[in-house]
Write a protein that binds this ligand. Structure first.
Ligand code: SAJ
Length: 431
């Protein structure tokens, strides 16, 4: 029975995980090298925007079920299970950067003891559990599968829905041996009822193919958007109609794919397999999705020409700097690419986001109204729900030129036009 849990890495994955386990009655100690994060948690304060997390965190901290520290070794020595949830980014050449993982593993190795279950939630290139994690921890002289246990339980947290999905979205449990799988199953059954058991390498692979599938599907949607613009039709209407077919589920095109997962996981998959026929498919999908922010910038350049606007005396507004709707996370955000490129081309750029704290060099506006006052072009880069419910008729009156470049189909084109906007959108080829 698992009672004492340590979670190493208190970011977008580790913090909700620690809080949810604590809410099920486990005594959880979170470990992070960031003193600010540790202090905030111990004061019952949440530092990420995640619906429901704030209240739950306060509750478990006040009950003494969750605390945090920068020194993990003693806590691990006392724990029944330790979960590692640190970043595993990719380098510019596409290979995995396991620095954070290795440093977390060093801490775990110092606290390793008989009976400990070590779970890695961080996304890994296939083979890492067997070829890196297992031998590294066995250097202690303890044997995995007999003295201690190791499993990969890939995180499936979608920022914005973390709490709900931690308990409702099925999890994959991949131990490096059957006993490790069984023990990890026992731990995760405390928070989730739908658990699928496999081996560690398959679990690593499954995580990567999920996100790569999503990236491929979105790339296809973005490709269709580019085609629709040439054909003079609306790609959203076309995709909606195609998706009425029982076996078709094309994703949503837009201003690009951001976040820490979809931009990275296809590279992690490729990094581990060498040259296999079909690798090009994954690379080209990444290229299409990476191109979409530039497509937005190209649209702006065309509009400037068409509308006879001067590049250096217009105000361009970017709504949304987060990488997707209703989150504060700006990692790999398409908005960042758009803003930097517009600034590079000499434009005056103002940005507004209700949640994010990063503005990528644009002037930060404190409200949508401030942003849009005297603006010439507004680009919608992120689909925050708030942007859909704005009073666009009133906002239009504040603008000097009513031009919208809708990167997320936040507005219905016909409605925007009725309000007097010149509407341009990704995949909207109608004039
Ligand atoms: N996006 C589109 N079109 C779509 C869906 C998304 O352009 O149809 C864009 C979003 O705007 C965003 C990016 O793609 O910029 C990523 O969006 P996402 O909804 O895939 O969100 P993530 O990256 O936060 O979450 C993904 C999820 N994976 C899958 O759905 C297969 C999530 O369940 C994983 O837990 C997460 O990656 C992860 O941590 O790996």
């Amino acid at each position: 029975m698992y009672e004492k849990l340590v979670v190493v890495g208190l970011g977008y994955v580790g913090l909700p995980t620690a809080v949810v386990f604590a809410s099920k009655g486990l005594r959880v100690i979170g470990v992070d090298i960031d003193k600010q994060k540790v202090k905030a948690i111990n004061e019952g304060k949440c530092y990420i925007h995640e619906p429901g997390l704030d209240a739950l965190l306060k509750c478990v901290v006040s009950k003494g079920l969750l605390s945090a520290t920068t020194e993990g070794v003693e806590a691990i020595k006392e724990s029944d299970a330790t979960i590692i949830a640190v970043n595993t980014p990719v380098r510019n050449n596409g290979s995995a950067d396991l620095f954070q993982l290795m440093s977390a593993l060093k801490t775990v190795r110092r606290g390793l003891h008989k009976g400990l279950l070590v779970v890695i939630e961080s996304t890994l290139p296939p083979g890492t559990m067997m070829n890196v994690v297992k031998p590294f921890l066995e250097e202690t002289g303890l044997r995995s599968g007999a003295d201690f246990y190791i499993a990969h339980v890939p995180e499936r947290i979608a920022p914005g829905k973390a709490i709900e999905e931690l308990t409702n979205v099925p999890r994959i449990i991949g131990g490096i041996d059957p006993e490790s799988t069984r023990r990890a199953y026992e731990l995760y059954s405390r928070i989730n009822r739908e658990l699928y058991l496999t081996d560690a390498t398959t679990a690593e692979f499954v995580k990567l193919i999920e996100n790569t599938f999503r990236d491929l599907n979105i790339a296809y949607a973005n490709f269709l958007a580019l085609v629709a613009e040439k054909l003079g039709i609306d790609v959203y209407e076309a995709i909606r109609l195609a998706n009425t077919h029982l076996r078709v589920n094309i994703h949503i095109p837009g201003a690009g794919v951001g976040g820490p997962c979809l931009t990275k996981d296809p590279h992690l998959l490729l990094s581990s397999i060498g040259e296999v026929l079909g690798s090009e498919l994954i690379k080209i999908a990444r290229r299409i999705n990476d191109y979409m922010p530039i497509h937005i910038v190209n649209k702006v350049m065309d509009i400037i020409k068409r509308e006879g606007l001067g590049l250096y005396n217009i105000k361009v507004v970017v709504l949304g700097t987060a990488y997707k709707g209703d989150v504060d996370d700006t990692r790999e955000s398409p908005a960042g690419k758009i803003i930097k490129e517009l600034i590079n081309r000499g434009m005056y750029v103002v940005a507004y986001d209700p949640y994010a704290r990063e503005f990528f060099g644009a002037e930060k506006a404190n409200s949508v109204e401030d942003a849009l006052r005297d603006a010439d072009i507004v680009i919608i880069a992120t689909d925050h729900s708030l942007f859909r419910s704005l009073n666009w008729a009133k906002l239009g009156e504040l603008m000097r030129n009513r031009v919208i470049v809708d990167g997320r189909r936040v507005l219905e084109p016909s409605k925007a036009r009725k309000l007097g906007f010149k509407y341009y959108g990704v995949g909207y080829g109608k004039s």
